[in-house]
Design a protein around this ligand. Structure first.
Ligand code: URA
Length: 324
């Protein structure tokens, strides 16, 4: 079944969150503490596009940093962030994590939108450890640890949702070509296709799979039609199954195709075969089922059997979805 939802996207195969090394070329020369881009043509060019106010603000910040990088900020935000010895400059870490260009990240810092370990840092040049510092932009976590990886996989039918199958059937391991030990977030039935998230971030994986965080999942199902308004109301009111009530979070008929219908169901729980059992109970047994969204992550146009790295924005959104 072709996925109908084109939200999301991203570049396949690209590994996100990998901060570049703090290489000698970008370090200020000895004696140059201004941080001015006069010997860096690309940054000079980038700054030429700034408004006069923005340029003045950047210049003032740079002058402050040159005078005393450890001073308090004028607005009363006490920046007590201590540099991590041998750490990497904050704007560089943010840019490497995919937040935006280095210039944009400097703007974020200047605007007081960046926190390191719970502390607003407005100071340019603060040095952080990408592996251990907890960095947030506008309160949203930015994952900077280079060893953490996050992927969306489009599981085809006839694949088991484990990394190994004792019966020798195709498993997720046959689709994943990564050196890391990855966890799959939740499972899909052998015959269900669609989105599975994979990561080696244990805390995130645990929370995404835990029912108490109520992460929404959306499925597309091919069922016999027509689906009446009465059925829709029944679904919205909650349906009693043998292991308890199912409450859905969303339902709509996406398409009517002759005597078939394509329906979209959103729910936050993960009981076994829940969508198939739910729709069968209201008289619409599923012949084909695909998961097209998990929390903020959409399957989009990802080809069956392939995976793509999540963008840093998507990872931040996942963190927010589970209160991290
Ligand atoms: N509900 C189902 O019935 N099957 C799945 O694979 C996922 C949700």
């Amino acid at each position: 079944m072709p996925p109908r939802d084109n939200r999301g996207g991203g570049r396949s195969g690209r590994r996100p969150q990998r901060p570049a090394r703090d290489d000698a070329r970008s370090r200020p020369r000895p004696g140059d503490r201004s941080g001015r881009p006069q010997d860096r043509p690309r940054e000079r060019e980038a700054e030429a596009g700034l408004s006069r106010e923005a340029r003045e603000r950047l210049d003032a910040l740079r002058a402050d940093f040159a005078a005393d990088p450890d001073r308090d900020t004028p607005e009363g935000d006490r920046d007590t962030h201590s540099d991590v010895p041998g750490g990497v400059r904050l704007q560089k870490v943010l840019a490497a994590a995919g937040v935006g260009s280095r210039r944009y990240c400097e703007e974020l810092i200047a605007d007081g939108r960046v926190e390191v370990n719970g502390q607003v840092v407005r100071r340019f040049g603060a040095r952080v450890d990408p592996a251990t510092s907890e960095i947030r932009v506008d309160g949203q976590r930015v994952v900077t640890a280079s060893d953490l990886v996050y992927f969306a996989l489009n599981k085809p039918r006839k694949v088991v949702s484990t990394m190994h199958d004792p019966e020798g059937r195709r498993s997720l391991a046959d689709l994943v070509d990564r050196p890391e030990r990855l966890f799959h977030v939740g499972r899909l039935d052998y015959d269900t296709e669609g989105l599975i998230l994979l990561t080696n971030d244990g805390e995130l994986a645990h929370r995404l799979a835990h029912p108490s965080y109520e992460v929404l999942k959306t499925y597309l199902a091919d069922v016999p039609g027509p689906v009446t308004r009465k059925t829709e109301h029944r679904l919205r009111d909650g349906v009693e199954l043998e292991d308890g009530l199912v409450r859905i979070d969303g339902f709509r008929v996406v398409d009517r195709l002759g005597d078939r219908a394509m329906v979209e169901v959103t729910l936050h729980e993960g009981r076994k075969h829940i969508v198939r059992r739910l729709l069968a109970e209201v008289g619409h047994p599923v012949s084909r089922l695909a998961r097209i969204q998990v929390g903020p992550i959409a399957l989009g146009t990802l080809k069956a059997g392939t995976m793509r790295a999540l963008t840093s924005k998507e990872v931040s959104d996942l963190y927010s979805a589970v209160g991290l």
